[in-house]
Design a protein around this ligand. Structure first.
Ligand code: ATP
Length: 229
């Protein structure tokens, strides 16, 4: 699903990632761990092709080379990013937040379809996989707990029908009970067949969800553990 080889990433003059190799198989969950500033966010942004960064090396998604591609085209290959810090619309209900995610995609001309024909998830499928959200579907984003907001951010990414989800520290700032709910819901996303690359510092979350772990240290993969799943 994702094959990164010899990736180097720079922000202008600042060189952040050095010769990173990393793979995520179809439907597999892989964790990227490391201290603050190790380069986890930069790795996810490199895969997504975010603006302002220069990438060299190879990043293949479903066998397609994405170096040089803009983010919207990488998204259409079936990649979804759940950025750090939730960013839900507080004034919109859960359901409206989800509809807005696909609506915005449509206005951009994607019609909810990826380049390889995968469809956006229907709202009801999202609620089926993430039942915690179904219970609060009429509530405004601002009223949700931190955990529910995080799950809403994940659901919003699922609406576009990704094959690979990139998650940036989803457990950050959540109380332990909410982390447990998050883990349950991410396990359900895994069972639904979506591959995940999970940047995460919470050891419990990594242990519960990831078959393989890559340790990043100052922009270099220092260690990789586990068998390809
Ligand atoms: P955190 O958990 O704090 O987000 P991280 O492992 O995700 O840490 P990154 O955010 O990828 O790390 O940052 C890696 C390095 O890149 C850091 O040294 C950071 O200062 C640098 N960096 C990040 N964003 C930029 C930017 N826009 N311009 C220049 N340097 C940046």
């Amino acid at each position: 699903m994702l094959e990164i080889r010899g990736l180097s990433t720079r922000y202008g003059a600042s060189h952040v990632l050095f010769d990173v190799d990393l793979t995520v198989g179809e439907g597999e969950t892989v964790a990227l761990v490391g201290r603050n500033g190790a380069g986890k966010t930069t790795t996810l942004q490199s895969v997504m092709g975010m603006g302002g960064i220069v990438r060299t090396g190879s990043i293949r998604v479903g066998g397609v080379e994405t170096i040089g591609m803009p983010a919207y085209r990488i998204a259409r290959l079936g990649v979804g990013l759940v950025p750090e810090g939730r960013r839900v619309f507080g004034e919109l209900t859960v359901e409206e937040n989800l509809r807005a995610a696909v609506g915005i995609g449509r206005r951009a001309g994607s019609h909810g379809k990826g380049e390889h024909g995968e469809s956006a998830w229907p709202l009801e499928r999202v609620f089926e996989v993430l039942p915690v959200l179904a219970e609060v579907r009429g509530s405004k984003g601002a009223w949700l707990s931190g955990g529910e907001q995080q799950i809403l951010a994940i659901a919003r990414a699922l609406m576009t029908g990704p094959k690979l989800l990139l998650l940036d520290e989803p457990s950050e700032g959540l109380a332990p009970r909410l982390v447990e709910t998050l883990v349950e819901q991410l396990a359900a996303v895994h069972r639904a067949g979506v591959a995940m690359l999970l940047a995460e510092q919470h050891a419990g979350v990594v242990r519960e969800l990831a078959g393989r772990v890559h340790v990043l240290e100052r922009g270099v993969v220092r260690m990789s553990k586990g068998e390809p799943g």
